[in-house]
Design a protein around this ligand. Structure first.
Ligand code: UD1
Length: 417
């Protein structure tokens, strides 16, 4: 099994180019089930994207990847596709469940494995099924699979989500794009990745409008052949902004749209992290003092749960007690025991973590059980004394493209064994 070794206490400088968004690529790839011919550019070459490509290929899409260009071409001229998404692919990547909506809308039936639990919580799919049922789907759960059918095709409906969910909103949008008539979704996720999916579908020829937290989709369209560029990965950008605040002399974060990560930039500024915003880049300068702060994770435009673990590392450097309240997932403090082993002073009470700073971190052998927790340990390694060894790094490979290469370019001492 591979591990990362990080030698801490090195000042970083240079620039980091942000890759395309993993969380925008996955639903857009699922929506390609509705296309005939499409080229997608700025694809991050990460494990989850390859798993989605494998899933779509097993369903019957013809996909050609150009790794040098970070792009892929999809053609889909078959009249019939395999409408099954098997357990071995969906279990490793929950976003596999996003093929349920398009398969059901297009082929009137689908059998998709239930994703099961994962390290950060139970992660049910009831909201996905709730939306599809409102559009006329009949759904049974049998032998670990969702069996869905809609004899006469899906029909536009009014759907008011009882809770905001990124995946359920995306599944419903893609399904509604191929349903008969108009669908109105209330209480939707409006994460930038959901908006990227909407831009993609509108470019294909759909008619989708977003207003506050409502989305109106007029179903059925003749798909055009298009080329679409995926948005930047705002979580990767946030991760490197925090890395720069922790260990940077002067680092430029390139290929971003700062307005999309306004919440994160404002919080960093409040913590005393000096930054300059330009059109497509953010420059982080060395800060002498980090101020304590309190954050609460929330759906966009709130602070993203996917940056909570990384922010916690920065809080170990702040003066005083900072607080993080995790409101999205019930079990997302798995990185805390590992950070404590490195010397962090953190207490947890219910869904709130109290981080006492400033404190010195020292290198240790650590491991994490999810993607963002793993990267938080890499960030901790950058500022810790001596060597930090991060095990189980397959989690990192699910979502960070060229992590070591990007950090090494900024003079970090990091090595994969
Ligand atoms: C997406 C992101 C993930 C991010 C999360 C929250 C992708 C591929 N993944 O995951 O990185 O951490 O949004 O921003 O885009 N829930 C239900 N029933 C459902 C669905 C969700 O109760 O049917 C709950 C979940 O347990 C969780 C909350 O709703 O507590 C939010 O989950 P959701 O927004 O659906 O996350 P994902 O789409 O899985």
């Amino acid at each position: 099994m591979q591990k990362l070794i990080v030698k801490g206490k090195k000042f970083l400088s240079g620039s980091i180019s942000i890759s395309g968004s993993k969380n925008a690529t996955l639903p857009i790839l699922a929506a390609s089930l509705l296309c005939k011919k499409v080229k997608i550019t700025n694809i991050p070459l990460v494990k989850d994207v390859f798993t989605m490509i494998e899933l779509l290929s097993s369903i019957g899409l013809n996909i050609k990847i150009n790794k040098n260009e970070n792009s892929l071409k999809i053609s889909n001229f078959k009249r019939r596709l395999n409408t099954i998404a098997p357990y071995n692919l969906v279990k490793t990547m929950r976003a596999g469940v996003l093929v349920l909506g398009p398969l059901l809308a297009k082929f009137k039936k689908a059998k998709v494995s239930l994703p099961g639990g994962c390290a950060i919580g139970s992660r049910p799919v009831d909201l996905h099924l709730f939306a599809l049922k409102k559009m006329g789907a009949k759904i049974k759960i049998k032998n670990g699979y969702i069996h869905a059918s809609a004899k006469n095709g899906l029909i536009g409906a009014n759907i008011n989500f009882p809770k905001i969910s990124v995946g359920a909103t995306e599944n419903a949008i893609i399904a509604a794009a191929h349903a008969k008539g108009k669908t109105t979704l209330w209480n939707c996720s409006i994460e930038p990745e959901v908006q990227d999916l909407i831009f993609f579908l509108n470019n294909l020829g759909c008619n989708i409008r977003l207003k506050k937290r409502n989305i109106v989709i007029v179903g059925m369209f003749e798909p055009k052949s298009i080329s679409y560029e995926i948005m930047f990965d705002r979580i990767e950008a946030g991760t490197y902004l925090i890395a720069s605040a922790l260990a940077g002399k002067k680092i430029s974060i390139l290929k971003v749209k700062p307005s999309v990560i306004d919440t994160e930039i404002k919080i960093l500024k409040k913590m005393g992290v000096k930054n300059t915003r330009k059109k497509n880049k953010i420059i982080i300068h060395k800060s002498n003092k980090i101020n304590k702060t309190n954050i609460v994770t929330a759906p966009y435009p709130g602070f993203p749960t996917d940056l909570q673990a990384q922010m916690m590392v920065l809080m170990t450097k702040a003066q005083g007690i900072s607080k993080i309240k995790e409101n999205i997932f019930e079990n997302r403090f798995m990185h805390v025991p590992e950070l404590k082993r490195m010397g962090a002073k953190i207490k947890i009470k219910n869904n709130t973590a109290f981080i006492e700073g400033p404190c010195k971190l020292s290198g240790a052998e650590v491991m994490a059980t999810d993607l963002r927790a793993s990267v938080s340990l890499v960030l901790a390694g950058l500022i810790a004394e001596n060597k930090t060894v991060i095990n189980r790094i397959y989690h990192l490979d699910r979502g960070y493209e060229n992590l070591e290469k990007k950090l090494r370019k900024c003079k970090a001492v990091i090595q994969r064994l």
